[in-house]
Design a protein. Structure first.
Length: 260
């Protein structure tokens, strides 16, 4: 069967399933083009509050299709540039998407599949899931933002080990390092990712959008610049139409905090 990105709805959560089981959910041009289109649809649909990305069967994704890479070697370098930019457009679309994106990882995620999970806002992984970048063993350097994400998420020495040696790291270690948000029993990643999405879906969409923007801006800005970004969004959200009711509901639920 050809590769497909399956889209289903669970309430206000859209689930995108990488489906190419005979190739271990390898990523290719059809999948990442469909990924960009699916996010465009989800962004314009007010009934979608969150997106979960998962893999069909017992594996998230092995990353690139090696047969496609071998075929690309018979083409010009510009051919592979165009293909790589297509994948990178999907990664950038996930990072700039104004709604939360959760990766639900079973089995494992390798190479571009690992990078895809890292591009998401949250990672829920089965306890036995393995993560790896095998590019160095194939004569390849990473793509899809793997080096960018790992350099920001991990100590430099560990990031170097993953990139240069292709060392496998399990979900529990990444959870201890803060890269994986939730670990769960095998077969439960999508279930727990949907539960996390349900929590996120109770939050105001405009606030979640601001949070994603602020996290992105914090990567490259100074403290003064970030304070200005926070000020502008805080004031805008304070005057949002739904904020008064949210404050009132919070006070009613928790009680007015003591002044002393």
């Amino acid at each position: 069967m050809p590769a497909a990105l399956l889209s289903t709805r669970h309430g206000t959560t859209m689930v995108l399933t990488l489906s190419h089981p005979e190739r271990h959910n390898a990523l290719g041009p059809d999948l990442w083009a469909a990924g960009v289109e699916a996010l465009n649809v989800a962004e314009s649909n007010a009934e979608v509050a969150c997106v979960v990305i998962t893999g069909a069967g017992s594996l998230f994704s092995v990353g690139h299709d090696l047969e496609q890479l071998q075929a690309s070697r018979r083409e010009s370098a510009s051919h592979q540039v165009a293909l790589t930019e297509g994948l990178h457009s999907w990664i950038e679309a996930i990072r700039s998407f104004p709604k939360p994106v959760v990766a639900a990882v079973e089995g494992g995620a390798a190479d571009a599949g690992f990078a895809l999970a890292l591009a998401c806002d949250f990672i829920v992984a089965a306890r036995n899931a393995q993560f790896a970048l095998a590019g160095s063993a194939l004569g390849l350097s990473p793509d899809a933002g793997a080096s960018w994400s790992l350099a920001r998420a991990l100590p430099r020495q560990l990031a170097a080990e993953l990139l240069m040696l292709g060392t496998r790291v399990d979900a529990e270690r990444l959870h201890a390092l803060g890269v994986v948000n939730r670990i769960c029993g095998p077969g439960m990643a999508l279930h727990d990712a949907l539960a996390l999405a349900a929590q996120l879906n109770t939050r105001a969409p405009h606030v979640l959008a601001s949070d994603k923007e602020l996290l992105a801006l914090a990567d490259g800005g100074t403290l003064s610049e970030q304070l200005a970004h926070e000020r502008d969004r805080f004031v805008a959200n304070l005057h949002h139409t739904g904020t008064s009711a949210a404050i009132a509901a919070f006070r009613e639920q928790r009680g007015t905090p003591p002044l002393t």
